[in-house]
Design a protein around this ligand. Structure first.
Ligand code: SDX
Length: 390
């Protein structure tokens, strides 16, 4: 029916969906956003161009881009009272816990003027979220390290504004390197959307009841946090640090193969890609570029490169179709930029918010949209008589 595949109408009843946003061919390692290949977008577009195409349906022309960028810049501040929410967290709270809480709290600021059946209101909600996530993520970091929050600046690009809110302090401005700004923007693009992954499906299912979209995005943040999903980039860097040196790689490769050992190579394998993750290829390139431009000699990169080489030569990994995914190299780039490991998944959530909210908007724009109701295979008791407790 769609040129790529056909499906029976019953397919849609299971809470799965029809979407025109992203196409993945797992066997061929293809990822298209509105038909554009991810490697071309990562090299030739910026993240806001990708946000425009995901949300509004196509790549923007120059005028559309300038209007979109100005709209996003008008929404980068958060309500001043959001600052109060942070003071309810312990300083050592995990940034994802604070992000989950504050994104959910935004539903308390935006509800009365939000009719989810109204197209324009949904688009404004999407603009607000795309604009405010960098501010909230940077606030999580600043609260963790005891530094004052930094307000957004509209004279900076999306990526530069985020980096400035993360790293500038009242005592001195943060000097933004073009290589770091480019790498940050590329990381945002490579994580922007990925079809019906666990967190996007969470947002769609929560939103299918008509729930407040900010609360639905908070549900997406919660799902992404898991180490099997967006938490993998943090887990991957922790794993590389645990391996520590190239000579210890065989020990971990053997553990990954041992059925009795729960250890998994973080950053390897994928639910859908069974050949290669096209995002990892671009991320690997960025990794080398950033480390070279910043003149960073990170021994963890040596460990990562050798781990990738050994794993890809080992027949076990080929048989299990295990290869580096998008999270394998992103952590090394983020570390090189100076972002601490516990912030990695927040960066993923920042990037993926446009995917989540674009899928939500697409679903809510469908007049035939129904509340999701995934099916189950019942494996419990047959009907039987209840005996009350004497
Ligand atoms: C993301 O869905 C998305 O699109 C997600 C994502 C996105 O953009 O939204 O792409 C982002 O989440 C990327 C994946 C990040 N996660 C990790 O890197 C964590 C490590 N990877 C694994 O947990 C695992 O590979 C998954 C969860 C990613 C995929 O799991 P699957 O497809 O269910 O594969 P599986 O668990 O059935 O594994 C198949 C076999 C198993 O062996 P058998 O039971 O067949 O003997 O491969 C083995 C697994 O034991 N295996 C691994 C492994 N991943 C799978 N063995 C060692 N190390 C691994 N990483």
């Amino acid at each position: 029916k769609h040129g790529y595949f056909t499906y029976d109408p019953g397919f849609l009843a299971t809470g799965s969906c029809e979407s025109s946003i992203t196409f993945i061919d797992g066997a061929e390692g293809v990822l298209l956003h509105r038909g554009f290949p991810i490697d071309e977008l990562a090299r030739d577009a910026n993240y806001l161009e990708v946000c425009h195409m995901l949300l509004h349906g196509d790549a923007p022309n120059k005028e559309e881009y300038e209007e979109f960028e100005n709209t996003i810049k008008r929404h980068t501040m958060v309500h001043e009272q959001i600052h109060m929410f942070f003071h309810g967290f312990r300083n050592d709270a995990h940034p994802m816990a604070m992000l989950n809480g504050t994104v959910g709290a935004m539903s308390s600021f935006y509800h009365s003027d939000l009719d989810v059946s109204n197209f324009d209101m949904r688009v404004r909600c999407a603009h607000r979220l795309i604009a405010k996530m960098p501010t909230l993520v940077a606030m999580c970091y600043k609260y963790n390290i005891g530094q004052p929050f930094v307000y957004p600046r509209n004279d900076l690009s999306y990526a530069a504004n985020f980096l400035n809110m993360m790293f500038s302090v009242p005592a001195e401005d943060y000097k933004i390197s073009p290589a770091v700004e480019r790498a940050m923007d590329r990381i945002f693009t490579l994580h922007a959307d990925h079809e019906q992954n666990a967190s996007t499906s969470t947002v769609r299912l929560a939103g299918s009841s008509g729930a407040n979209p900010y609360a639905c995005i908070a549900a997406g943040v919660a799902s992404l946090w898991g180490p099997a999903h967006g938490g993998a980039n943090e887990a991957c860097l922790n794993m590389l640090e645990e391996i520590g040196s190239v000579d210890r790689i065989p020990e971990f490769i053997n553990r990954a193969k041992d059925k009795n050992d729960p250890f998994r190579l973080m950053g390897f394998g994928h639910r859908v890609y069974k050949n290669h993750d096209p995002r990892a290829t671009v991320m690997r390139e960025s990794c080398h570029e950033v480390l070279k431009e910043l003149n960073v000699q990170d021994p963890l990169l040596d460990v990562a490169m050798e781990l990738e080489r050994i794993a890809l030569e080992d027949p076990y990994f080929a048989e299990k179709k295990l290869f580096p995914n998008v999270d394998f190299y992103s952590g090394i780039v983020l570390k090189a930029i100076g972002i601490p490991t516990n912030m990695f998944t927040c960066i993923f959530a920042l990037s993926r918010t446009v995917g989540w909210i674009s899928h939500w908007h697409e679903m809510m724009s469908d007049p035939a949209q129904k509340i999701g109701r995934p099916r189950q295979l019942y494996t419990g008791h047959n009907q039987r008589k209840y005996t009350p407790i004497k």
